[in-house]
Design a protein around this ligand. Sequence first.
Ligand code: RP5
Length: 160
Amino acid sequence: MTNPVVGIIMGSTSDWETMRHAADRLAELGVAHETKVVSAHRTPQRLYDYAASAAGRGLKVIIAGAGGAAHLPGMAASMTHLPVLGVPVESKALKGMDSLLSIVQMPAGIPVGTLAIGKAGAANAGLLAAAILATGDAELSGRLQAWRAKQTDGVAADPE
Ligand code: RP5
């Protein structure tokens, strides 16, 4: 089993329906990854342990998804130098606008690469993590380019 290079963390099991789209893209591209539930509010020690050990365990990119008061990506980014991609999960009350605003307005010095709300953001986080890794991995770059070419080929020219 290859050691994971991407860590996908999320604030709740309820986020998995969204975050699995990041995992699916990474699986399609042959990128070893792990998935964990890590809550900034309910399991702060787990978050600290995860972020503090991430680089040492061989992770290269962290994808963090959360909804509502979505502090997970920013807090993870505060405790690791690895790139952190934030996915705002669509919340019931505010449709993910709360999640988006909680993730995107980071103070200068601690960046989080914020994606779109919901499924598209999670899928793109997976693709973006692969693209980051592909800058130093020619085989992965080839797989990513092939994936994108296949997507392009699959777009119909006619609407019906
Ligand atoms: C956040 O609260 C989680 O990321 C999730 O999106 C939201 C709701 O969590 P649950 O109440 O469904 O566990 O921390």
